[in-house]
Design a protein around this ligand. Structure first.
Ligand code: K1U
Ligand code: ZN
Length: 167
């Protein structure tokens, strides 16, 4: 397994649209293993392939207490959503920035697993929030884009300053 480099906001590559995975093969499974190592090392509770500069529709999520329930979604689609909940979100591509975002509280998602089998999952609470956050990455949307223009500008300035001082 290998640790992958994360793209950091406002990198324009975070706005690319990911393509559907045509075939779930060993190269996709190797990418998923590397994404999982990268997510757990960060640490984070989710990761989209977009964030490691791979523009294919793959996300992983683990919201368990002990980091022992990795969930893989290839070509995920939201079939339905219900309710509303505002939760604090963070993003490994926007380190140190957290804010409350309003989203549907419950979703039904269909995807392929790491063997290429289709499954449907009903998710709610933090898991639903996390899946939606990761699916946004696949269409080039970063959670800060739900915030006011003023907040987005402040975050961009902060991130650009930070990347200059980090070399
Ligand atoms: O960058 C990402 O997409 C991952 C992101 C996922 C997420 C977090 C919170 C709400 C929605 C989506 C993160 O994992 S940020 C880090 C984080 O939240 C966390 C890290 C360690 C333990 C618990 C949470
Ligand atoms: Zn994110």
């Amino acid at each position: 397994m290998a640790l992958l480099s994360l793209l950091h906001y406002p990198d324009p590559r975070l706005h690319k649209i990911a393509a559907p995975v045509k075939q779930v093969d060993d190269s996709i499974r190797k990418l998923i293993d590397d994404m999982a190592e990268t997510m757990y090392a960060a640490p984070g509770i989710g990761l989209a392939a977009t964030q490691v500069n791979v523009h294919q529709r793959i996300i992983i999520v683990d919201t368990s207490e002990n980091n022992d329930r990795l969930q893989v979604f290839i070509n995920p689609e939201i079939l339905s959503s219900a309710g509303e909940a505002e939760r604090e979100e963070g993003c490994l591509s926007v380190p140190g920035i957290y804010d409350r975002i309003l989203r549907p509280d419950a979703i039904t998602v269909r995807a392929l697993d790491r063997e290429g089998n289709s499954f449907t999952l009903d998710a709610q609470g933090l898991l639903a929030t996390c899946i939606q956050h990761e699916m946004d990455h696949l269409v080039g949307k970063v959670f800060v884009e739900y915030l006011s223009q003023l907040k987005q500008n402040r975050i961009k300035t902060k991130m650009r300053k930070r990347s200059r001082t980090a070399g």
